[in-house]
Write a protein that binds this ligand. Structure first.
Ligand code: HOZ
Length: 425
């Protein structure tokens, strides 16, 4: 496999973009390579500019649950584009998708459409503060909620890979109200509530932590969060940017049977176009302008092309609920292959899988939190990543991103992937 054209394009890109990329994880820094430049993608496959074909498990970090360029979604986008790309005015499609989201996730009684997960989370936190009249929030170490100032504290995703969870450029005052608890550790949450009685506006959590690899909640952990936030008048925010429509149509809330007060969505909701949403109980969302005094706005919010792609994607998911059984089963096969790789090679590998999300950690201890995730051997990950790439398997270039399985992954794709993982190809 050669990557000559990608390397050439990267040399050009670094002249005009920091690190040659528009999002740090794409830079391949943590795996000691330069990024592949993508030419096109279709179904389960992604093709780079050198003509190499890969089975794609990045799926654009989550949106691609149906695979790339699914015909019906592309058609919906093309049809919408003919009618104009953006109006900055309400459309029927915004209400249609909001009603669909509400039907799947009843806790989102009222919502706003925005353009990115970062924007959704930033706005949800502001709304929770406006609603409660409190300033402090709790987040979890290793959970990533986008790159707004107050949330870049002990964050996951690329902030973790580059070892700068606290970003430069964020004034200290911006994060003073952000309290950090330990994922899957009830005592750490209890302590923060005790020390900050009646001061905590919101607790935000990824119900499945998917930005420090994939870390499932321990049994009872989410219910504990539900209970302690209710007892303290704190808004429970589930960041379902990754888990929404991925674990089930109703996201982690349906999967685990727990309702949040507010929810943030991104990725799948836009069907591959830039769209996200935040929402929750009406009494909370009634604080958002123009009904209430919490300001939030956006020229491209509810964009007609994005809503068209989102509606079509949700319709397909709704029309074929067995999708979830299929993608979960495919992920299960890959998880088994990773365990077999560990047996075959003698290398310590822990595999975490929740539905169609999975992650391999190169450590001999089960991974249930940030410390566990960061104990993974980075050299081992880097070698595994390079090996997979050279054998046609496209993984995220970071230990801390999930592997996403889509409905476009065929039996043959999964078999090939398992064979490569087990070293049988
Ligand atoms: N936002 C994603 C978090 N898993 C990763 C993609 C990116 O940062 O570019």
């Amino acid at each position: 496999m050669n990557f000559n054209i990608s390397e050439h394009l990267f040399e050009q890109a670094v002249q005009v973009m920091p690190g040659g990329v528009n999002s740090p994880v794409r830079a391949y820094g943590s795996v000691g390579r330069t990024p592949l430049f993508i030419d096109h993608a279709k179904g389960s496959k992604i093709y780079d500019v050198d003509g190499n074909e890969f089975i794609d498990y990045v799926c654009s970090y989550g949106p691609g649950i149906l695979g790339h360029a699914r015909e019906e979604v592309v058609e919906a986008v093309q049809k919408a584009a003919v009618d104009g790309l953006t109006y900055g005015a309400p459309t029927r499609k915004e209400t249609i998708i909001a009603e669909m989201i509400k039907a799947f996730m009843p806790s989102m009684e009222v919502m706003r459409l925005v353009s990115s997960g970062t924007e959704a989370v930033m706005s949800a936190i502001r709304t929770a503060r406006g609603y409660t009249g409190r300033d402090k929030i709790i987040k979890f170490k290793g959970c990533y909620h986008g790159h707004s100032d107050g949330l870049l504290v002990k964050a996951g995703s690329a902030a973790l890979t580059s070892s700068v969870p606290d970003s430069a450029g964020v004034p200290a005052g911006y994060t003073q109200t952000t309290l950090v608890a330990l994922y899957n550790n009830e005592d750490s949450v209890r302590e923060l509530f005790e020390e900050n009685k009646d001061e905590i506006a919101a607790l935000i959590v990824e119900p499945v932590a998917a930005n420090m690899g994939v870390v499932p909640p321990k049994p009872g952990f989410l219910q504990f969060l539900r209970d302690i936030t209710a007892e303290n008048g704190t808004v429970l925010i589930f960041d379902e940017v990754i888990t929404g429509f991925r674990l089930a149509l109703g996201g982690a809330q349906e999967y685990y049977g727990i309702q949040a007060d507010m929810t943030t969505l991104g990725k799948i909701v836009g069907g591959g176009m830039p769209m996200a949403a935040y929402g929750g109980r009406k009494e909370i969302m009634d604080h958002v302008s123009p009904v209430g005094k919490v300001y939030q706005a956006g020229t491209l919010s509810g964009n007609p092309i994005a809503t068209a792609a989102g509606i079509k994607t949700l319709e397909i998911l709704q029309g074929d609920p067995a999708i979830y059984e299929r993608i979960d089963a495919s992920a299960g096969k890959i998880a088994e292959a990773l365990k077999e790789r560990s047996t075959i090679t003698g290398q310590a590998i822990q595999v975490n899988q929740v539905g169609s999300l999975l992650c391999a950690y190169f450590t001999d201890q089960p991974v249930m939190d940030y410390d566990g995730a960061t104990s993974s051997d980075m050299n081992a990950f880097s070698n595994y990543f390079g090996y997979a790439l050279e054998h046609g398997i496209y993984l995220a270039p970071s230990q801390y991103e999930a592997m996403f399985v889509s409905d476009a992954h065929t039996k043959e794709d999964i078999q090939k992937t398992c064979d490569v993982i087990k070293g049988q190809r």
